[in-house]
Design a protein around this ligand. Structure first.
Ligand code: NAD
Length: 717
């Protein structure tokens, strides 16, 4: 043993070749924290001091994971430090990585699993990289609102070319071994059991002169090799694409391209300084703060789900009742993700429709090369259409998705309860009916909860798991696990009208209704809210959800929260409803729709709408963008606060994740509560007070006022 620390060890292998093994003590994965960086530095010093060492193989002592990256918890807390301190931290890590690169001997990274972020950047500091077929590499920093700051933007373009590097860094995706080999990010892909042997053999080839390891080092330390004109073109093209993909509100990918361009003509050490300066700037942006917060929220949710999984029952076979829009989608998603499912309807046409929909979705995947045709058959075979309960005895979970009618649902649930095992879990996909109410006639209400999917099921990532008064923890845990198995983000909420997401969405529509009543142009409202970051504006969203669905749900919400969700005036949506303009599905609503060549509905301006709604809208008035945003966002945010205060959702993190995954809340704003934190709770209270005369939807709660007075925030920082 040449060196032994708490994170790194240096062990002799053969012929003067040593293994530099990362195996962080007390952790299941390797990550770079301060201790590991210092330890790596000490290990490199020990290698330098031992004249018998001829070459180095960098390995991981963790199974299946190489290095997941920087320790986000520790690392991102440094983002709050003064610029100079942050800069020093970044440069000191770079110094250690440069130390590895500058060793006067061949170095090879033997990547056995995921090498991400800083974990891949350290591999880039090695001369060669060999990866197991089970490995993966990537620089996902943009997902945290930053870009690689430990030499990644410098070394990667010098290794794989500026165009490839931009794609990798701006996209932030983990790359499979074959893709990495193709562009030259790794030098070989081998079976896991051959990894160490191959790495040693690479070192030997370098030592014998078959491979020029010094040329490798020099290539990475020299300016980027690009003829002037070509370089201009590469960056111009990349910039356009990246800007378009990231949108105007996410700065990190564009900043990465600019940085690569800026340091292209510089040698390594100067280039790294340029990278570090840009990194410090990015780390201080509100977007980085939001994305880091999102990462932490995700981690928290995963941890919670892991805890619940301990008491969850296995779900090996499911059933869905109702093969309509939702039932068909649920059957597809369950089967596609590996849980066979019975699909029961009362009508053969219903079953045929459900299967046709599933076949369409699968064919699309196959056509795009995202599914093996053989697998398509398998998935389809695991959706079993049926008109009877005869095969329900071994079903673990049932999702009821029949028509939205309390009597029908109660009858169907009571019926199915007699055909399943006593420990089977029953759920309802209702959007508006109380789960506690639906449970009332059940023999085993503890085995029942809500499982609220969003339309279209295959595309929408959220499932609200709704706990009724009598729902057991085991039932909730089982349904959360099933939702996760279906590839969904599950958020557990308590029962109330609209549950969490619709309860919060309808006040937003309320804000829209009153804006239009006060003379705002709905096209402008849509445009402003889309620029604010929503995937679609409120009028368009109502058309997509369905005006009839919106109309009925609004009534349920008004009954549930009469103090603030009722109104005594007719809205533009009411007019649409009365005119039978139910939105996209009927070809007209706030907009009109025509099928494009691909068979997708295309939104068009409908000139007849202004006259149609003229009776319910006031005199046309020009609202500035900021007022539109405030009048739309305050009711949504206020209702999120109320739902949180009422205990409908347990944490700000879960509330925000539900909005991001359920209704497309602008991701770079982090969710309603993070949005309020970013603007300041006191500023938000002032805003809410400013508009409180419009409707009680805007009025701040007493608790919120207290928070503002005490200088508190939702995320407690
Ligand atoms: P749908 O009308 O498309 O489908 C309902 C299906 O249920 C039909 O195929 C019908 O034949 C079948 N059905 C009726 N009675 C039945 C019974 N006794 N047993 C078995 N099947 C029966 O409706 P949908 O849009 O799929 O909605 C289903 C449920 O999902 C509703 O509760 C709805 O509120 C909820 N939901 C809908 C959406 C949406 O956007 N469509 C979103 C979330 C939740």
């Amino acid at each position: 043993m040449i060196y032994q620390g708490k994170a790194f060890k240096v062990l002799a292998l053969e012929d003067g070749i040593v293994e530099l093994r990362f195996d962080l003590e007390g952790e299941s994965v390797n990550k770079f924290n301060q201790l590991a960086i210092e330890d790596l530095n000490a290990a490199i010093e020990a290698i330098k001091a031992d004249s018998s060492v001829q070459g180095v193989v960098l390995t991981s002592g963790k199974d299946g994971v190489f290095i997941v990256g920087a320790d986000i918890m520790e690392f991102t807390s440094t983002f709050k430090q003064a610029d100079e301190e942050l800069m020093n931290m970044v440069l000191s890590v770079n110094k250690v990585f440069n130390g590895l690169e500058d060793l006067d001997m061949p170095t090879v990274a033997a990547i056995n699993g995921s090498a991400l972020g800083g974990g891949f950047e350290v591999c880039l500091a090695a001369d060669f990289r060999v990866i197991s077929t089970k490995g993966g590499v990537g620089l996902p920093e943009v997902k945290l609102g930053i870009y690689p700051g430990w030499g990644g933007t410098v070394r990667l373009p010098r290794l794989i070319g500026a165009d490839n590097a931009v794609e990798w860094i701006a996209g932030g995706r983990e790359q499979k071994p074959a893709a990495a080999l193709k562009v030259g990010a790794v030098d070989a892909v081998v079976a896991p059991e051959k990894l160490l042997e191959s790495a040693i053999s690479l070192v030997k080839s370098a030592l014998s002169g078959d491979l020029d390891f010094r040329a490798r080092k020099e290539e990475k330390k020299a300016p980027l090799k690009l003829p002037m004109l070509e370089s201009l073109m590469v960056f111009e093209t990349c910039m356009g694409v990246v800007r378009q993909q990231a949108g105007p509100n996410i700065p990190a990918p564009v900043a990465a391209v600019k940085t690569i361009k800026k340091h292209a003509e510089l040698p390594r050490d100067e280039a790294i300084e340029v990278e570090a300066k840009g990194f410090v700037k990015l780390a201080k942006t509100p977007e980085a703060d939001v994305f880091v917060n999102l990462f932490l929220n995700d981690q928290m949710l995963k941890k919670k789900a892991k805890g619940m999984a301990k008491i969850a029952s296995k779900v090996e076979k499911a059933a869905v009742l109702g093969a309509g829009i939702m039932g068909g989608g649920i059957a597809y998603q369950s089967a596609y993700k590996g849980t066979p499912i019975l699909m029961k309807d009362i009508a053969q046409e219903g079953l045929d429709l459900g299967l046709t929909e599933a076949t369409k979705l699968l064919s699309k995947r196959v056509a795009r090369g995202r599914m093996d045709p053989a697998k398509m058959g398998q998935v389809l075979n695991s959706i079993v259409p049926t008109l009877s309960y005869s095969e329900f005895k071994d079903v673990d979970v049932v999702v009821e998705a029949v028509v939205e009618n309390v009597k029908v649902k109660k009858a169907v649930l009571a019926d199915v309860e007699n055909h399943v095992r006593e420990d089977a879990v029953l759920t309802s996909n209702t959007s508006t009916i109380s789960i506690t109410e639906l449970a009332k006639d059940l023999k085993r209400p503890e085995n029942f909860c809500g499982m609220h999917f969003f339309n279209p099921v295959h595309a929408m990532p959220l499932v609200e798991v709704i706990r009724g008064e009598k729902t057991s923890d085991k039932t909730v845990a089982t349904v959360v696990a099933y939702a996760q198995k279906m590839g969904k983000t599950a958020i557990v909420v308590n029962d109330c009208p609209g549950f969490l997401v619709n309860r919060v969405l309808f006040p937003y529509f309320g804000g829209f209704a009153s804006l239009v009543k006060d003379g705002a142009n709905f096209h402008k409202v849509d445009k402003v809210m889309e620029r604010f970051g929503w995937p679609m504006g409120p009028a368009y969203l109502l058309d997509v959800v369905g005006i009839d669905t919106g109309f009925h749900a609004e009534q349920v919400m008004a009954e549930g929260f009469p103090d603030r969700m009722t109104r005594d005036w007719k809205s533009a949506m009411d007019v649409m409803y009365e005119a039978g303009r139910f939105g996209q599905k009927t070809g007209s609503g706030f907009y009109k729709y025509e099928m494009d060549k691909k068979g997708k509905p295309k939104k068009l301006v409908d000139d007849s709408v202004p006259a149609l709604i003229s009776g319910v809208v006031g005199e046309a008035k020009e609202f500035d963008d900021q007022e539109i945003i405030e009048r739309m966002m305050v009711p949504l945010c206020m209702e999120t606060i109320r739902a949180y205060e009422d205990g409908i959702v347990a944490t700000p993190a879960e509330a925000d994740l539900a909005l991001l995954n359920g209704i497309g809340f602008p991701i770079f704003r982090g969710g309603a509560l993070k949005y309020i934190d970013t603007m300041g709770v006191d500023t938000f209270v002032e805003l809410a007070d400013k508009y409180a005369h419009i409707s009680p939807l805007y009025a701040p709660t007493e608790k919120l006022r207290e928070m503002a007075r005490a200088g508190k925030t939702f995320y407690g920082v």
